[in-house]
Write a protein of this length. Structure first.
Length: 256
């Protein structure tokens, strides 16, 4: 189990199709929410191509820096699905056909050539732990603190649904508070800096918005201490009202 108070994670998104713009990634947002509820904070994400050396270097760099590393993409049946081999190389281990995964794949009959392609998904690094795939397809796998998952969002989400604190020991979940105001960021910059200085354990961010009725800023507070969050929310809301504006809990209202 990670010993640091903040348990960190990094997502490595593998795929030329992401970098080319042909496919839009949605896995980062979903996985970040799942991990947060387990007390694991997604602190970095990287998008890399289907290049073995790049995958090896990135995985080795990230697994030394973060408590957990997740990868998505590149574990299918085609020639460019090289994630399993790359992960094995990163750890200096061999790849073998996993009998349990191969038996699962063989349940669906197919011509020999098609079956041979499908069985590429049964090639798992030696000693890896399988990640259940509730969709019924081939599982992902885990080697030490690296979790290798499908890139298809529906399948990745199914795999992520199997995570719990037994598999991913974490810290306290990050919670948030949001308040909006029709005040520009430059108008509140100094006040926000002072408030942030008084609450160093809480992240305070400002995000401008634009409406037909005017522009303003949504102020978002994120942290693990509920009491500190509430205290900061009171300070921020008071700062807004002291400037003669209305503090909108949850963020500025959308246009009617």
């Amino acid at each position: 189990m990670p010993q640091s108070e903040t348990v960190t994670a990094c997502l490595i998104i593998i795929g030329n199709e992401i970098l080319s713009g042909r496919t839009q990634d949605t896995n980062l947002a979903h996985l970040s929410v799942v991990l947060n509820e387990l007390g694991v904070r997604m602190t970095e994400a990287r998008v890399i191509p289907d290049v073995e050396q790049t995958i090896v270097d990135t995985v080795n760099h990230c697994r030394a820096r973060f408590d957990y590393v997740f990868t998505t993409g590149g574990i299918g049946p085609t020639h460019d699905d090289i994630t399993a081999d790359s992960i094995a190389r990163a750890f200096g281990i061999e790849v073998e056909e996993h009998p349990e995964v191969a038996a699962l794949i063989r349940k669906r009959e197919a011509p020999p050539q098609v079956m041979a392609s499908r069985l590429r998904m049964a090639r798992i690094p030696v000693g890896a732990t399988l990640i259940e795939n509730p969709t019924g397809g081939p599982p992902g796998f885990q080697v030490e603190n690296v979790f290798v998952m499908a890139g298809v969002p529906m399948v990745m989400q199914a795999m992520a649904s199997t995570f719990d604190r037994a598999k991913l020991p974490g810290g306290k979940p990050v919670r948030s508070r949001t308040v909006g105001a029709f005040l520009g960021e430059s108008e509140v910059a100094d006040d926000l800096a002072a408030i942030q200085n008084d609450f160093p354990e809480i992240d305070l961010g400002s995000y401008p918005f634009y409406r037909a009725s005017g522009y303003g800023t949504n102020l978002v507070m994120r942290g693990t201490d509920e009491d500190q969050l509430e205290a900061m929310l009171v300070r921020v809301s008071r700062m807004i009202t002291d400037r003669g504006k209305i503090a909108h809990p949850g963020g500025a209202p959308a246009e009617a």
